[in-house]
Design a binder for this molecule. Structure first.
Ligand code: MG
Length: 96
């Protein structure tokens, strides 16, 4: 357990299933804050910051849980390239 990361430790101590349910819970909290901000024009950037941090922490645990960190990184860099390409095409065909 010496070289164990904090995320591995959380999964070992609290269990994979509870932690994966916590991913969902934190995502739902972020969803709620975004909805309050967009739909109800609430000044809740502090809450959005907090919930974004919670979600990012839980996503790190999710990647650790399924051992998919490297694959996610590869997929993400491909997705980013696709988005960039779409943006280029969009800006070429639409007046600014
Ligand atoms: Mg939270």
């Amino acid at each position: 357990m010496k070289n164990e990361t904090l995320y591995q430790r959380a999964l070992r101590v609290w269990g994979k299933e509870p932690q994966m349910l916590q991913v969902i819970e934190e995502m739902s909290e972020l969803i709620k804050e975004i909805l309050k901000n967009v739909n109800r024009k609430k000044d809740n950037v502090a809450e959005i910051i907090e919930e974004t941090a919670d979600v990012e922490i839980m996503l790190e645990q999710l990647k650790c849980c399924y051992d998919i960190k490297d694959k996610v990184e590869i997929y993400k860099s491909e997705k980013v390239k696709t988005i960039e390409k779409r943006l280029d095409e969009w800006e070429q065909t639409h007046d600014k």
